[in-house]
Design a protein around this ligand. Structure first.
Ligand code: T46
Length: 140
């Protein structure tokens, strides 16, 4: 897997006798300026989501409740990451094919993004993704 195209981020839990709290700020715990927030929940069992890459998008994903698993593929190698704690985030950059599966019934997957929703940013054809990923690797 190419370096720096994704990373696991651990958020600090601010706890007191009342319970736990996690705070995420632009350019601190979130390594970009947030333009969009969406969340995925009530995912049916055995559903596989994602199956695309982005041309130019940074995202930070975390499960505020429950769990799900990501497969990240840079065109050469695949890594599997399980998100199962509200203090574990997955930061994903461009040109990485992602699939999400194994959603727990109670899973609430929150995603912060540095761009507004743009369907033209999606690469939904694996062969096209592979061509682009290979050309970027060759360029350097
Ligand atoms: C990603 C993974 C982790 C919108 O209208 N606005 C939005 O901001 C988003 C994200 C989606 N949509 C619409 C487009 C589709 O009609 O919601 C529907 C489901 O979206 P999609 O099939 O792209 O969802 P996933 O779970 O396959 O992928 C999503 C994000 O789209 C994607 O960027 O990285 O979660």
């Amino acid at each position: 897997m190419q370096k720096n195209i994704y990373k696991i981020v651990h958020f600090n839990i601010i706890g007191d006798e009342l319970g736990s709290l996690i705070a995420l700020e632009n350019m601190h715990q979130v390594p970009f300026e947030v333009k969009r927030v969406y969340y995925i929940f009530d995912t049916k069992s055995r559903v596989r989501r994602g199956m695309h890459a982005h041309r130019d998008l940074e995202q930070l994903c975390f499960c505020v409740k429950g769990s799900c698993t990501f497969v990240l593929d840079d065109g050469t190698k695949k890594d599997i990451i399980k998100l199962d704690s509200p203090n574990t985030g997955l930061y994903i950059k461009n040109l990485i094919w992602r699939e999400m599966f194994d959603f727990s019934k109670d899973c609430v997957l929150v995603v912060l993004a540095n761009k507004y929703y743009d369907p033209s940013d999606y690469i939904r054809d694996y062969k096209e993704f592979k061509r682009l990923a290979d050309s970027v690797k060759q360029a350097g």
